[in-house]
Ligand binder design. Structure first.
Ligand SMILES: NC(=O)c1ccc[n+]([C@@H]2O[C@H](COP(=O)([O-])OP(=O)(O)OC[C@H]3O[C@@H](n4cnc5c(N)ncnc54)[C@H](OP(=O)(O)O)[C@@H]3O)[C@@H](O)[C@H]2O)c1
Length: 361
């Protein structure tokens, strides 16, 4: 037992064939696939089933787990913290990330990114997780009502205290991430190392276009979420809403999404899912889910794709994506783009020729 943890280590980490990447410009190595707990842990999945899912992930090379203060009103963090101890996982083998913004109570200072909430929220998250520190702490949204200097200084204070090693952002605009870098640079402080952004085959503008310059300038990393579009890219919603699915269990949250499935755009998306399924099966001998996840992982700016799973079997099925990544040749990627028709327009050059006719701009 070390000062780092107060529970016995019972399970050695074996990364199996999981590739690891640097998280942005930092030295932290993250698995290409990680696991998150939104709408599952402490919500539709509680008790032993949480342990079964996390164990399945860990035994298959996933040692990074993502949560947030706001997930299931704090219960997601409680479940993850409990399972880490019950499985006897070694703290140094793990990468634990949590996020602040949405809070667990509704008071005027119980959410957002004030120094008060960043400091108090971090301490409350650590208490729920039963940990001395998280590896990365994310600002779960940008807070326009707090000066950027206050945000940057507060996250750096959290890091100086040893409660987190790095800080990062989630669903911030490129302009806000830029501002954080400028302020951190001016003050000689640590800037955010990554963005936790939505990235899937039908949601590409922000991760692929808006952040384009940030990858080049700051080496920004990404921890992508909803890379199966909440399950749409598994084909499970092709013929309606199955009873044991996320859309059924959270019909209030997904009210608009469910209605959208019946719209012309929604029907067009389902048609594309069916075409991609055919491509996955016939040309890659895999599933649409594995293809959709591999496609995000293949993006050179992706650091880790955060999986979501309500059952352990989904972890195994989704990790088949590891075998698909090397099969995504330029030709296959072109075929996927031709089906999707969601490729973002390149940034405008206003009539100036591209710098490099071989494709780099
Ligand atoms: N920063 C943010 O604002 C933000 C937002 C969203 C998510 N996240 C993070 O990213 C993580 C992943 O996001 P997500 O849960 O939206 O990811 P997702 O992969 O798009 O959706 C996961 C859900 O799809 C279904 N599913 C997964 N694999 C499947 C399979 N092989 N076959 C059939 N269904 C399958 C499961 O739901 P059912 O079985 O219940 O249908 C599962 O819970 C979250 O847990 C969270 O940590 C962050």
């Amino acid at each position: 037992m070390t000062a780092l943890q107060s529970w016995p280590v019972e399970r050695e980490f074996d990364p199996k064939n999981m590739p690891f990447r640097r998280l942005g410009p930092s030295g932290l190595r993250v698995p290409v696939f990680s696991l998150g707990g939104w709408l599952t842990f402490g919500d539709t999945v509680v008790g032993d089933p949480v342990k079964d899912i996390i164990k399945m992930a860990y035994d298959n090379g996933i040692n990074m787990f993502d949560t947030a203060e706001g997930y299931a009103g704090g219960k997601s963090e409680l479940e993850i913290g409990r399972v880490i101890k019950e499985l006897g996982l070694r703290r140094t083998d793990l990468i634990i990330t949590t996020k602040l913004f949405w809070g667990v109570r509704k008071g005027p200072n119980d959410g957002g990114l004030s120094r008060k909430h960043i400091v108090e929220g971090t301490q409350e998250s650590l208490a729920r997780l039963g940990l001395n520190y998280v590896d990365v702490i994310f600002a779960h949204r940008h807070d326009p009502h707090v000066p950027m200097e206050e945000i940057v200084r507060a996250f750096n204070y959290v890091i100086e205290k040893g409660w987190a090693f790095y800080w990062a952002t989630s669903e911030w605009g490129a302009r806000e991430i830029e501002e954080a870098h400028h302020v951190a640079n001016k003050l000689g402080l640590m800037a955010p190392i990554a963005e936790q952004c939505k990235h899937h085959m039908f949601h590409r503008e922000r991760p692929e276009k808006e952040y384009h310059e940030l990858y080049k300038k700051y080496g920004l990393g990404t921890t992508t979420f909803s890379s199966l579009a909440g399950g749409l890219l598994t084909g499970k919603y092709n013929d309606g809403i199955p009873d044991d699915s996320r859309y059924a269990a959270h019909s209030a949250i997904f009210k608009e999404t469910i209605a959208g499935l019946r719209s012309p755009e929604g029907r067009e998306q389902i048609r594309k899912v069916k075409e991609l399924t055919k491509l996955a099966e016939e040309e890659l001998q895999t599933t649409i889910a594995a293809l959709a996840l591999a496609w995000v992982a293949k993006n050179p700016n992706t650091s880790t794709v955060i999986l979501g799973a309500s059952k352990p079997e989904q972890i195994l099925e989704n990790l088949k994506a590891l075998e698909v990544i090397p099969k995504l040749t330029p030709e296959i990627l072109r075929k996927i783009d031709a089906i999707l028709k969601t490729t973002p327009e390149p940034l405008p050059t206003h009539g100036r020729p591209a710098l490099d006719k071989f494709g780099r701009i």
